[in-house]
Design a protein around this ligand. Structure first.
Ligand code: MG
Length: 424
């Protein structure tokens, strides 16, 4: 919500840019995360955004699921809308899929993975007030108008640069104004002759003023390979800036800034008691047994220990802080899904898991047949090959609560690498 107004984002990802090379630029890794996943996560994490509709090319649905939503769950994703021949057809299809009660619509290029919340807020503020707003930056190069001639192209004029701006996304609109602009522009008698390269053009075409807000030089649209390099260096700069502690030249040694190592290790431990009428879920696998484990979520004690270890390695607290058991949102929660959210948080903070070693301590049931399934489920959620995840099971020689069949415990140790300094 922005100023009591419901906000939808259309993520335009149906284009087929070829200037980046044969590979679809939206799925190229940018510091280890696909470009489109980064663009989507900006909107997922933005506090003003209520829902997201992604416009995709037909045939890209599986790839989007595999490389984006399976790895980076988007709780605000309303649906995927399949694109048409032109950009306007694709955005129009997505616009038709936006909830009826949405007040403001932002349209953002899937290939702009560096927009920030302050920029989004500027666009929403102006769109809320004026109905239509776009971020813009001054031109650095002189622009010429040209026309074809026998030898190629010839300059016809040099417009005054002061009166020109390069516009970016997200572009923001009052929802009914945007729907009206699309309806008028796409259904009029001249519709097939019109060509629009951005969404503000349609609003301009129906005579409504479009206001400019300050854009951002970092808000690159990735078009060519050097753009990807530049974007990576911006992300590294941001990550470094967020870690930097102000230097105090005269501070005693104990007050010197803490410089984290490249590799860090975390430990996790959890216990759940057995309960009747519960499923037994361990490592994301449902195990046939007469009892399950008691808990607010699905009580997957193994995954809980792993999540605590992952968070611990980069000093991000524990799962109780991130997913409190007083929050009804997590009642019966699938812990494997929570694990993907933890990994996403790690990526955001510049860390990625290298390996996980875990042990389940239980007298019964027999767990060995289920361990390959657990390793597979955990590895997939964390983004590691199964060889990077070890799960063991141990009994306790008839000592302790585990041997008495009162509950199950789990321990995990993980190693993580700083994605920032290693340039994953
Ligand atoms: Mg637990």
């Amino acid at each position: 919500m922005y100023d009591q107004k419901k906000v939808a984002v259309i993520l335009a990802a149906a284009g087929s840019g070829k200037r980046m090379g044969p590979e679809d630029k939206l799925y190229l890794p940018l510091e280890g995360i696909p470009v489109l996943a980064r663009s989507a996560c900006i909107m997922e994490d933005c506090s003003f955004v209520d829902e997201i509709v992604v416009s995709l090319r037909s045939g890209q649905e599986d790839r989007f699921q595999r490389e984006v939503t399976d790895r980076f769950p988007l709780t605000k994703l309303r649906c995927v809308a399949l694109g048409g021949a032109e950009r306007t057809d694709s955005v129009n299809a997505a616009l038709n899929a936006v909830s009826d009660d949405v007040d403001l619509v932002l349209i953002h290029d899937g290939a702009r993975p560096l927009a920030d919340e302050a920029l989004i807020q500027r666009v929403l503020e102006a769109a809320s007030r004026h109905g239509a707003a776009v971020p813009a930056v001054p031109l650095k190069d002189t622009v010429k108008t040209v026309q074809p001639c026998a030898e190629g192209l010839v300059v016809t004029a040099t417009p005054d640069r002061a009166g020109l701006r390069a516009v970016q996304t997200p572009q923001g609109f009052d929802a009914s104004l945007l729907r009206d602009a699309y309806h008028q522009c796409l259904s009029g008698p001249d519709a097939s002759k019109l060509s629009f390269t951005d969404d503000a053009s349609l609003v301009e075409a129906i005579g409504h003023p479009v206001y400019l807000v300050e854009g951002s030089e970092d808000n690159l649209k990735l078009t060519t390979p050097p753009d990807l390099e530049r974007a990576a260096s911006i992300l590294r700069r941001r990550a470094e800036a967020s870690k930097r502690v102000p230097d105090r030249p005269s501070a005693p040694e104990s007050m010197q800034p803490y410089r984290p190592p490249l590799i860090r290790t975390g430990i996790g431990y959890d216990v759940h008691a057995f309960a009747h009428d519960r499923k037994l879920i361990l490592g994301g696998v449902e195990i046939p047994y007469e009892r399950g484990l008691d808990g607010h979520s699905d009580a997957d004690v193994l995954v809980h220990a792993i999540m605590d270890a992952l968070l611990g390695a980069c000093a991000l607290g524990d799962i109780g802080q991130h997913f409190p058991d007083t929050d009804p949102a997590y009642r019966g929660a699938d812990s494997i899904r929570l694990l993907t959210l933890v990994v996403r948080l790690l990526h955001k903070e510049g860390w990625k898991p290298l390996n996980i070693d875990a042990i389940i301590i239980a007298q019964r049931p027999k767990l060995a047949p289920h361990i390959p399934g657990m390793r597979e489920a955990i590895a997939q959620a964390v983004g590691l090959p199964a060889g990077g995840v070890c799960v063991k099971a141990s009994a306790t020689e008839h000592l302790g609560f585990e041997s008495r069949g009162e509950g199950i415990a789990a321990q995990a140790v993980v190693t993580e690498e700083s994605a920032v300094t290693r340039g994953c």
